[in-house]
Design a protein around this ligand. Sequence first.
Ligand SMILES: *Cc1c(COP(=O)(O)O)cnc(C)c1O
Length: 476
Amino acid sequence: MLFDLTQDLRLKIFQHTIERLDDYYQNTNSRKVSPKLDVDEILSTIKKETFTVKKTPNEAVNHVIDALEKYSVHTPHPDYFGLFNPRANFSGILADLITSVYNPQLAAWSHAPFAVEVENHLVQELGKKFGLKKGEIDGVFTTGGAEANLTAILCALNETFPDFANEGFIGQTQKPIIYCSKESHHSVVKAARTVGLGKYAVRTISVNNHLQMDPKQLIDKINEDQHKGNHPFLLIATAGTTGTGAIDNLFELQKTAKNYDLWFHVDAAYGGAAILSPNSRHMLNGIEHADSITFDAHKWMSVPMGTSIFLTSSKEILAKTFRVTTEYMPKEANELEIVDPFTHSIQWSRRFAGLKLYLSLIIFGWEGYEEVIEHQLKMGHLLRELLSENGWEIMNDSFLPIICFTDKELRKDSQFVKWICSKVIESGEAWISSYPINGSNTIRACITNYATEEYHIRNLVQLLGQKRKEFVHKEI
Ligand SMILES: *Cc1c(COP(=O)(O)O)cnc(C)c1O
């Protein structure tokens, strides 16, 4: 069969591919973290392929792997101190391979009962970890935090406006309003646009010195909206902001949500994993009162991308929001207590994303994750300490391994942070980013890789010191 090739050839290609992939996996360290970008070169590499001249499978595999080697920021690299892109753990990679071969269809329970129930089990176990009430937990795997946040807005609308599923916004006389902090993720605004609410329905509340949502201003804004005849319906707290790792005061905010009858959603896309270690769990106090939670397994839980979870403590809300009946889908088995996932999610045909987490957990256990999370917290504390010792000024106080810093003196030069970041990235020895705090730019380094060890941290601090020196000499 054309697309299958022969077994003999397949095994050879598998072997070849695995050797190349494992070379990358084993020796990620030896690569420069980021490439020199030449857009024309990249485009011409791709556009040369017009699909009229064929390559052998091995040539094709080499073409793709060579290009990924050359034209990617190597996020699996232990010197990548960037955004929340982890090195994918090996069991997650295996899971993706297995999923691709069996290609289970997770729209209908009867097509993939094992896969669906594995995800249900993970939803229950994670819900329990977050302290949601047993018996009330429900949830669904999503492609990412953005989809999970979108799901949250839809659920909150359907909870607040009883016939929202049929009438949509046309049936509403009051304007529904969402509250989140200025530091919350921009996927909230995007989701508000996607559902048709628009950006002006999102109130971005100021933050305090710790970059957490200001609970007083929140209450003022809610009162103001009620006074104007708007309908406040959703409060989104962030547990681990993308910029600085700030965790909103969840306990305080859930009280406000209750007082004003708002759906309380916690965007814990990144920081949610703090629940997995006894040393950091307390940071998320109050999350157990959430109506819903966004949690990205493809961040701190280090499984390949496309693995996020929407959790809720409202058993019926997903069905209320997404359920439609069709004639052509396989029927739910009547006598069994089962739910077809397509009646619970934005997606219809759906990949078995949960296997990446399931396989990782049955091989390494919660214990493995606890170890890995504690290690990264430790690396974060070490980086904080070393930077202070070396005369850097730390600008955020997160418990999570995200450190924003600058130089007391040189920060007066508005080009300083940008210059340091670009020189570090150019060197290929590390990848860092920048983030503005209270209007001035800072250097941002985040430990996001379980393979980042003490010597990587020391090298980063040394590299930063060297670049700072070059900056000073450049000035003279
Ligand atoms: C990363 C992130 C998101 C978006 O998640 P994706 O998985 O990239 O879709 C949302 N909220 C927060 C706080 C995040 O850190």
